[in-house]
Design a protein. Structure first.
Length: 159
């Protein structure tokens, strides 16, 4: 039998080059944890108007878009004064973006359809920004420190 000793380090104790290796490991082992809540918020917003999502692609580092079947018929009979810009049907923060942007844009443009499209676009931008932040050096470093991961001197994860 052999006993092999290995020195392990907390993230903050690593050299700059080892920190980059550790951050890359962190990025490779991190998923965007708010995706389900984000999609639920958007679907709930669409369902409120009877709008269906046709297709979408959303990512932090790529072109993002969402297509729906929204047209003027979905908003016929609605009045701005009856619409609450602070409505939070799912309780997730993206509701604020969707409902607040919709109200603000409808009030500004007079077009509920245009406001709806702007709200969806703004929500997608918020998701993208959140994804970009989650994979930033700052967020990854926090993730590594909070979870007290340990690494070898060269920044490889020690299990």
């Amino acid at each position: 039998m052999q006993i092999i000793e290995t020195e392990v380090f907390n993230y903050d104790e690593l050299s700059d080059s080892a920190k980059e290796t550790a951050r890359q490991w962190g990025r490779d082992h991190t998923d965007y944890c708010w995706w389900d809540d984000s999609l639920t918020s958007i679907k709930t917003f669409c369902n409120h108007f009877g709008v269906k999502i046709k297709d979408w692609e959303i990512g932090g580092f790529s072109y993002s878009w969402m297509s729906t079947d929204a047209d003027n018929e979905h908003f016929r009979g609605l009045k701005l004064k009856d619409f609450d810009p602070e409505h939070m049907p799912t309780g997730y923060c993206l509701d604020c973006t969707l409902w607040g942007t919709f109200h603000k844009e409808w009030k500004s443009s007079g077009s509920a359809l245009l406001a709806f499209k702007e709200a969806i676009d703004e929500a997608i931008q918020d998701i993208r920004k959140d994804i970009e932040y989650q994979y930033s050096d700052e967020a990854i470093e926090e993730f590594l420190n909070i979870n007290e991961y340990t690494f070898t001197e060269d920044g490889k994860r020690f299990y």
